[in-house]
Design a binder for this molecule. Sequence first.
Ligand SMILES: O=C1O[C@H](COP(=O)(O)O)[C@@H](O)[C@H](O)[C@H]1O
Length: 261
Amino acid sequence: MTATPQVVVHRDKELMAQAAAARLITKIVDAQAARGTASVVLTGGRNGNGLLAALAASPARDAVDWGRLDLWWGDERFLPAGDPDRNEVQAREALLERVPVDPSRVHPMPASDGPWGNDAEAAAEGYAAELATARDVLNHGAVPRFDVLLLGVGPDTHVASLFPEHPALHERERPVVAVHGAPKPPPTRITLTLPAIRTAREVWLLAAGEDKADAARIALSGPGELQVPAAGAYGESRTLWLLDRAAASALPPQLYPPATA
Ligand SMILES: O=C1O[C@H](COP(=O)(O)O)[C@@H](O)[C@H](O)[C@H]1O
């Protein structure tokens, strides 16, 4: 496991989204070549959706075997099915309606009018059970072996629906929990926990814009994960911060690599 992040800075958020999409295509193609399938965890938010839209617009998207890709979500806003604020709905609009994914391999988190009704705890348990059906038996894991887990970083350093000082950050056993009283609407959410996130081979954190500059600086300065959730998000073999110049503008020089564009 590595907590040492790599930082890549792109000129602006559009180029960041395109470069991240190209990187993700390569990663999926490589995983499918090596293991037959690939497993990716999607994020909501502006940067996550920007990446998916860039992927949809890329001619290289046809290099992916969309029928051999498992898609999961890192968090969801606990709202009725079809609500435009659901991360799932936004991901479908940005990408999933435009590529031939296998619907049985697309695993959205439950909606508040789904099989568990408005009970977010039961919905979180239901999603954990769904993850368990595809779990990594060899590693005795509770979740599948994710190739890439995407996370948008909020201005307050939240990732997925793990907000600073919230009880979900104390979870050490369950891979999925309900969140109540989130400071960003809607207040009720479902999220993967940090231990589940950290089982991914690679974790990619996305941040663009000046309003993310302090979050990136603080998260990369080695703080505690209870105060700064993004600092606790890292992958088994790689942790990658993908930034635009505005989001990287407050980083100390030793963390700011030469611009890649
Ligand atoms: O509400 C959420 O916000 C974060 C970050 O969103 P952004 O628009 O500031 O990039 C996102 O990663 C998360 O999935 C989502 O539920």
